[in-house]
Design a protein. Structure first.
Length: 368
């Protein structure tokens, strides 16, 4: 019997391996084990670490709204969970607050999908206290279940239900700019493609589709106030949150970092621009911004980039400090929308830290 060539005999296994590497693991398989997490040789020395909540309000709910497991009564809703790490001598440096984007949690800033050090730990190792919240209604901040139970009980119409947003694994490829379509990465892609399945595990339902949680904005402003000033960083959906929080209390903001913001509003009034001009602002965008996103309301990220350039121009005209950090302009190619998780994430972090330790420190010192 004639033997098949090697590739033909093992073609199904080879193709499955390629698919796993590009699209993620089949159902039931685990892509990442504890042994895959890379631990630094240098110890992480902390003065303190822990967690707390910011904000929240007491509401009274019926037994039905609470799930009919017990009597009605009062609960707390709209609280924001915050995890923090403070390095030794961390009070010498400005705290940094890292807020995640849509359908995600504070995990965005932690260990990367392929097991490398995340920005939360790296910024701490560079001397900055780091505070990582979960948006109100997500992750450990919880959400208000009352409307779900009301609709189930028939006391409210189904139209009152929020839309719960998730992105498909296939959809994130063009939208997050890993590649043109699922399984076809850009040749210079900085995202760890083999770990796309691990990114999928970070996704959570998001009930604030197309809207902004005012409770999160208020809590961000309150957190910065409690810290006696902080650099507030937002990403994607929350990229605009630092701006909104700054308008509530500009004096609590040492600096604003907008990482791949989903919006840079052109609707701010002149008075609001004057307020934002009192705070140093850095906007960060990656590569391949002209790639179609696959979303009808978001043709390309280049359009958002240009909106943010317009905001920078208005702030500078008002006497403020606003800068664009676009790695491609520095010869750094291939960064994705998930730039804090890219293979060169620490290189990008160093550029942001240079801005914080230079421009923010200088501006803060001048304000004293």
């Amino acid at each position: 019997m004639q033997r098949q060539p090697f590739f033909q005999r093992f073609r199904p296994a080879i193709l499955m391996g390629i698919a796993v590497a590009l699209l993620g693991t089949p159902a039931g398989l685990t892509a990442q084990a504890l042994k895959d997490v890379k631990t630094s040789d240098k110890p992480l020395v902390l003065k303190a670490q822990g967690s707390f909540f910011v904000g929240g309000e007491k509401v009274e709910q019926t037994a039905s709204e609470l799930g009919d497991f017990g009597p009605g009564g009062h609960i707390t809703v709209n609280q924001m969970y915050v995890h923090y790490m403070v390095p030794q001598a961390g009070d010498r440096n400005v705290p940094v607050v890292m807020m995640h984007g849509a359908t995600l949690t504070g995990k965005s800033w932690e260990t990367t999908p392929d097991g490398r050090m995340g920005w939360d730990e790296y910024f701490v190792r560079k001397g900055h206290p780091v505070y990582v919240p979960d948006q109100v209604g997500r992750g450990r901040s919880g959400f208000n279940q009352a409307v779900l139970n009301d609709v189930r009980a028939g006391s409210k119409p189904a139209s009152d239900l929020p839309v719960w947003l998730r992105f498909s694994d296939e959809g994130v490829w063009p939208n997050f700019r890993f590649g043109t379509t699922a399984g076809q990465p850009f040749s210079d892609s900085q995202f760890p493609i083999a770990a796309v399945a691990e990114l999928s595990k970070q996704g959570v339902p998001d009930l604030f589709r197309g809207t902004t949680s005012t409770s999160t904005i208020t809590a961000l402003s309150e957190l910065a106030t409690q810290l006696n000033g902080a650099v507030v960083m937002g990403h994607s959906q929350s990229g605009v949150f630092p701006l909104h929080a700054a308008l509530l209390n500009p004096k609590a903001m040492k600096g604003l970092v907008l990482v791949e913001p989903g919006s840079c509003p052109a609707t701010y009034t002149d008075n609001e621009i004057m307020a934002l001009a009192t705070v140093p602002i850095l906007i960060v965008f990656g590569d391949h911004r002209d790639n179609p996103t696959g979303l009808p309301t978001l043709p390309t990220w280049q359009a958002r980039f240009e909106m943010c350039q317009g905001l920078i121009g208005r702030i500078k005209s008002a006497g403020g400090q606003a800068d664009m950090l676009a790695p491609p302009d520095r010869g750094i190619r291939g960064n994705s929308h998930m730039i804090m998780q890219d293979k060169n994430n620490l290189q990008i972090a160093d550029l942001i830290l240079k801005w914080i330790d230079g421009d923010v420190r200088k501006r803060s010192g001048a304000a004293k």
